[in-house]
Design a protein around this ligand. Structure first.
Ligand code: MN
Length: 304
């Protein structure tokens, strides 16, 4: 099933994540892409770090809103404090999952813990379907996810199910996300014929379905075989993301996932009122309540 190589020897299915900045922290953005906006309901993927955090520099993402999506935070190294407008205050460490559901609206802040060390992880967004995207917000921290032995390493089931192990994380569409921590070797993995998939390499290098994918690269597996062959020549960390094609065109802007420009503009207006109101935000904007953090709210960019 491997696509023919392009003239320069690379595969057309391999995409380099692009550099971006979130709260002063360097990230590599793998999704969305031109030509690949979503993989199942996965609509956004940021690879954070690895970068050294100190007492004075690190991840500083002040209060900001979300609508219509779930955020999945997953760390490889370091720790991050999450606070939100539901009153959650949660430290997350490697092997644990933070799942925040925005629905009609939520506000949260994310900050690296101020002890010197490396911070490395991913933040993924899941688009909520029409049935739930106007619903209530929620937050859950899952400290005990299923881990499956795949021979040359382990697979942690973050979302959905894999090899008869199921994550307790609640999502609204058929979806899966698995983190493979692999040594050199080879393994095969059953894929669902009704799912589309992508592989993102967090660290190392692998040959996946015959195509070499290195750190910071995304492999398009929307068309895929029934059995996925993964071969590694060195220690490699990779994510397999998959799901039923969403079938709903999304309008994504800044931290909002909606279906129309009008809807996004309304959320932007609500957020501007929040930022302008300062400490009494919850009194003026019904869907965006205050967050217990010392960081200042982040204004939205101009809606062009
Ligand atoms: Mn956020």
């Amino acid at each position: 099933m491997a696509a023919p190589p392009t003239p320069d020897g690379t595969s057309a299915r391999v995409l380099d994540a692009r550099a971006a900045d979130v709260g002063g922290f360097a990230v590599r953005r793998a999704l969305p892409r031109v030509g690949m906006r979503t993989v199942g309901a996965w609509c956004f993927a940021d690879h954070m770090g690895p970068e050294v955090v100190t007492e004075t520099s690190g991840l500083d993402v002040g209060p900001h809103p979300h609508i219509g999506l779930q955020t999945v935070t997953w760390l490889v190294e370091g720790s991050v404090r999450h606070t939100d407008s539901l009153g959650s205050d949660q430290l997350i460490r490697p092997g644990q999952l933070n799942l925040m559901t925005a629905g009609h609206g939520i506000v949260h802040a994310e900050e690296s813990v101020r002890a010197r060390g490396t911070l490395h992880g991913v933040q993924l967004w899941i688009a909520q379907p029409e049935q739930t995207r106007h619903g209530p917000s929620s937050f859950s921290h899952l400290a005990d996810l299923p881990v499956v032995d795949v021979g040359h390493g382990n697979a942690t089931v973050m979302i959905g199910d894999y090899a008869r192990a199921e994550s307790a994380a609640a999502v609204d569409t058929p979806l899966m996300g698995v983190d493979f921590d692999l040594q050199a070797g080879a393994s095969t993995h059953s894929l669902r014929s009704d799912f589309e998939y992508a592989v993102y390499v967090v660290h190392g290098r692998a040959r996946v379905d015959g195509t070499v994918v290195a750190e910071g690269q995304l492999l398009d597996l929307r068309r895929h075989p029934a059995e996925l062959l993964v071969e590694t020549l060195e220690p490699t960390r990779l994510l397999l993301l998959g799901g039923l094609p969403l079938g709903e065109p999304l309008t994504m802007w800044w931290n909002f996932v909606g279906r129309s420009r009008e809807e996004i503009a309304t959320a932007a207006t609500d957020w501007a009122a929040y930022v302008d109101s300062g400490a009494s935000a919850s009194d003026v904007v019904e869907r965006f309540a205050t967050v217990d953090t010392a960081l200042a709210p982040i204004p939205a960019p101009a809606l062009g």
